[in-house]
Design a protein around this ligand. Structure first.
Ligand SMILES: [Zn+2]
Length: 287
């Protein structure tokens, strides 16, 4: 497993007593790159990193072809954070702070919305309130209980030195359906020392396999899958033009006034797409 130590990935395992599903993830580079692309800083960057890891862990509990979006909305108009986890392991996100707002406020009343896109495009979603003094992972745990009715324990961490992400990751443990709640107490007790995992992700030995071993210490389990993770965006020119096509004639006229090609950047990855004047004219003719 040494070859996988230094790369972002998730591991899925089942305990051999048939009671639990366990997922561990290293998200260091994915979180660092997404934070960098969104120019997030301070506590907002940490919440954003946690949200990205939560979206990845949640997606791993779902059917393999589902895409998951996790959205946190701050209180008092302090903006929102979006994590978008693609079934391929590619992950991207958005930090949307209104002008003049330095940090998102996740105080009482902040909301966590979880959306999953089913094959065919249908969306299922649910929402839960972030408790006072709570974290994104606490909110996701409450969400799992309320909306999915699955006993879930999880913790994530985004470890930063100043504004630099040095490590990120976490775990999720779920009681499998059809199993009585008996084993839950024992597991909850075991996980008591893993409620905070910043020290674990900062550990030089940290990898998904190592964390799995720490969590399930002396418990036998079987690895059932793994998946690579990375920051990546799946935007393309067609989508950008699709957004332009929704503009009205007046807006298009306005864009054409300068007589110059338009440059549009993707909000997620900041990639620039050039739209030639001829294309804008074509859109105007059709509007
Ligand atoms: Zn993009």
């Amino acid at each position: 497993m040494t070859e996988s130590l230094g790369r972002d990935h998730v591991l899925r395992a089942l305990t051999d007593d048939g009671a639990f599903r366990v997922i561990t993830a290293r998200t260091t580079d994915t979180v660092a790159a997404t934070i960098e692309r969104q120019r997030a800083t301070g506590p907002t960057a940490r919440h954003f990193g946690d949200l990205l890891t939560c979206a990845i862990l949640f997606r791993e509990t779902m059917a393999p072809d589902l895409r998951v979006q996790a959205i946190v909305k701050g209180v008092r108009g302090t903006g929102s954070l979006v994590a978008d986890a693609h079934p391929s392991g590619r992950t991207r996100g958005l930090v949307q702070l209104p002008e003049g707002v330095g940090e998102i406020d996740l105080g009482a009343g902040a909301l966590l919305r979880m959306l999953r896109t089913l094959p065919g495009g249908r969306i299922q979603q649910g929402v839960v309130e972030v408790r006072a003094g709570g974290t994104v992972s606490d909110a996701l745990m409450a969400y799992m209980q309320a909306s999915e009715q699955v006993d879930t324990m999880l913790a994530v961490a985004t470890a930063m030195d100043g504004e630099r992400v040095v490590a990120a990751g976490g775990y999720l443990v779920q009681l499998l359906p059809e199993v009585g709640r008996g084993p839950l107490l024992v597991m909850a007790e075991r996980l008591e020392e893993f409620r905070e995992v910043t020290a674990h992700v900062r550990d030089a030995a940290f990898s998904p396999a190592w964390l799995l071993g720490e969590l399930l210490h002396a418990m036998s389990f079987t690895e059932v899958g793994r998946g690579d993770l990375s920051f990546d965006c799946w935007c393309d020119e067609a989508r950008v033009l699709g957004a332009l096509a929704t503009l009205g004639r007046a807006d298009l006229e306005h864009l054409l006034e300068s007589g110059e090609a338009l440059s549009i950047s993707c909000d997620y990855c900041r990639r620039e797409y050039g739209v030639p004047v001829a294309t804008l004219r074509g859109l105007r003719e059709r509007s």
